[in-house]
Design a protein around this ligand. Structure first.
Ligand code: TA6
Length: 267
């Protein structure tokens, strides 16, 4: 696999060309802000387990003609540019354009760009451009895996009173208080318009989203954790997914010539 490694005065990062998949980001002298399975595959055609999978042009099984979470996360992106903005900031741009292969899966002409800015924050902008002559609909997510010291210590602030779809029961519910983890959690929070905090024992991770009003929170817990590929049975103790999304009702229609940016900033 072709990997882009970034090192500057602020931080280090690693991005695979496959899937434009960021799988490492750490600020200088700090623990990584992304979780990566220690038994992840690094094989062409298999999604890396951890980091920030790019789920596009569909989230989950929204589109039965596409693989789970779409085809972008195992597609080979092109490295467009790497720019040293300053000694503390590096910008990497990766792109994916439509092809005969993608047209058979998803009959639309598109350009997809991931702009990654590595500094004392990690900024990701997933830009979808419609270069076709007909409108198309996408659901998507930056499916970010965050490390936690132990799942029982983790809680998420900023989703209080938000409605959510419980993907396990298909119930529509409302969050009361912080999100804590005592069982499998797989929820699509809606109407999210402010910062989300992942509060761990010894640090708080900030997630700020733009171009998105849905946030997916997932932890597989014990049984599903055992079924997940490239994940140790006890790995559910070590991470929480907080996904910056346009999922379910937060889908986006993109008109010919238009574009949409899903932006996530974490620190
Ligand atoms: O975002 C949560 C989720 O949809 C879970 O239901 C689980 O399937 C997870 O994504 C991982 O999916 P993956 O296709 O990466 O194994």
């Amino acid at each position: 696999m072709v990997i882009i490694e970034v090192n500057n005065n602020s931080a280090s990062a690693k991005i695979a060309l496959q899937g434009a998949h960021i799988f490492h980001y750490a600020r200088k002298g700090e623990k990584p802000l992304l979780w990566l399975s220690d038994i992840s595959d690094f094989q062409d055609g298999k999604a890396i387990r951890g980091g920030v999978p790019v789920c596009w042009p569909s989230f989950g099984m929204n589109n039965p003609n596409l693989p789970q979470h779409g085809f972008a996360r195992t597609a080979l992106f092109e490295h467009q540019s790497t720019k040293e903005i300053d000694a503390n900031t590096t910008e990497v741009i990766l792109t994916l354009s439509y092809s005969q292969e993608t047209l058979t899966l998803w009959p639309y002409k598109f350009e997809l760009e991931l702009k990654v800015t590595v500094s004392d924050k990690l900024t990701m902008e997933l830009i979808t451009k419609n270069i076709d002559d007909k409108v198309f609909k996408i659901t998507q997510a930056l499916h970010t895996y965050f490390p936690v010291s132990h799942i029982s210590d983790a809680k998420i602030k900023g989703l209080n009173n938000k409605p959510y779809l419980d993907a396990l029961t298909s119930e529509q519910l409302t969050q009361s208080g912080d999100v804590i983890f005592e069982e499998e959690v797989d929820r699509v929070y809606q109407e999210v318009n402010s910062e989300v905090l992942l509060v761990d024992r010894d640090r708080t991770i900030h997630i700020q989203n733009e171009g998105s009003s849905s946030v997916v929170v997932w932890n597989p817990w014990i049984e599903k954790g055992k079924r997940m590929s490239a994940m140790r049975d006890d790995a559910y103790n070590d991470f929480v997914c907080i996904e910056s999304a346009n999922a379910f009702e937060d889908f986006r229609l993109i008109e010919p010539g238009e574009s949409h940016t899903l932006k996530a900033t974490i620190y």
